[in-house]
Design a protein around this ligand. Structure first.
Ligand code: PSU
Ligand code: MN
Length: 305
């Protein structure tokens, strides 16, 4: 049914057919999460790291109304250098495909496509979550509800403290989504290894995570898993410094009336400005770190079958 809307790169079709490890990658992080040209460089290097660690990368986006699993260099460049590409979540599929326009897929949209393509492991930077003023705005990322129903494991560096991290963990618990700390007992907060929020689940090797995924899905417990992989210490930011920058950025977003889907991209660029680019550096390195773990996990998961 859905296959007619999907273009899967031949290398990825081959890999899936032969049970080789494949790792999905999102495109909103490229189009809305980082500035050009660092975004395209980061996307390419992320793909390379996944290959070096034994898996095949599958970057996902919608190009002229076609769902693409695996992008060419030109397509990657177009996603990274486009002013008007739509930040696309679950709700936008019918519109983007009918209008034959371009869409950069969020975590939610990428998970959904990865599942259609048969890809179980997905690497990104950070997931969306419950925004701090959600009591008034109802702004809760569709990433969280997607994690509640789509069978894909998301390797990330936790979530940024632009969000209400406590509420985000509560929401994930309600949705039945395990949050596994990789070699940590604490939820990482993206730019920092610590957040102050303890996790119940921990794993210390990719094999251990792979086994948990297999058991969850063998039991038909539908939904995703968050694998929270802390940023490496050498790239982590000072907790107080980044917290102040985040508070400032939140204040400014409020003053400017930034709302809805513009919020996350605005905060990311404002934090980058305030930290003189240091937050972008951290962001890039945590993605590389996640790419390595994601590839190792995809290899371990394939061995179990
Ligand atoms: N966090 C980041 N960088 C990003 C995003 C989140 O550090 O680029 C993107 C992801 O695509 C995520 C989306 O799925 O923002 C969440 O947006 P929202 O809060 O509007 O659901
Ligand atoms: Mn939102």
């Amino acid at each position: 049914m859905f296959a007619k809307y999907l273009d899967i790169h031949p290398e990825i079709i081959e890999a899936i057919k032969n049970q080789k490890p494949v790792v999905a990658l999102e495109s909103t992080i490229i189009s809305h999460g980082m500035p050009f040209p660092q975004n395209v460089e980061t996307a390419k290097k992320t793909e390379q790291i996944i290959r070096e660690n034994g898996a095949i990368p599958a970057t996902i986006a919608v190009i002229e109304g076609r769902i693409k699993v695996g992008l060419t260099d030109e397509q990657l460049q177009a996603v990274g250098n486009s002013k008007d590409i739509l930040k696309m979540s679950r709700r936008d599929f019918a519109f983007v495909l009918a209008k034959k326009i371009n869409g950069a897929t969020t975590v939610a949209a990428t998970m959904l496509i990865a599942e259609m393509a048969g890809i179980k492991i997905f690497v990104t930077g950070g997931i969306g979550g419950v925004h701090r003023d959600a009591q008034e705005t109802f702004d809760i990322s569709a990433d969280l509800t997607e994690l509640g129903k789509t069978n894909v494991a998301v390797v990330c560096a936790g979530a940024k403290s632009i969000l209400d991290l406590g509420a985000t963990l509560e929401y994930l618990e309600t949705q039945g989504v395990p949050v596994i700390g990789y070699q940590t007992d604490e939820l990482p907060a993206f730019y920092t290894q610590q957040s102050g929020f303890r996790l119940v689940h921990r794993a210390d090797s990719p094999e251990e995570i792979a086994e948990m995924l297999k058991i969850k899905w063998d039991l038909n417990l539908a939904g995703g898993v968050v694998i929270a992989n802390p940023i490496p210490r050498e790239f982590a930011m000072d907790y107080n410094y980044i917290s102040l920058s985040i508070e400032d950025a939140l204040e400014r977003a409020k003053d400017l009336g930034i709302r809805g889907k513009e919020t996350t991209p605005y905060l990311l660029s404002e934090i980058k400005r305030k930290t003189h680019g240091k937050s972008l550096e951290a962001n890039i390195h945590l993605v590389y770190n996640n790419a390595k773990l994601g590839a190792e996990l995809a290899c371990a998961f394939m061995k179990l079958k």
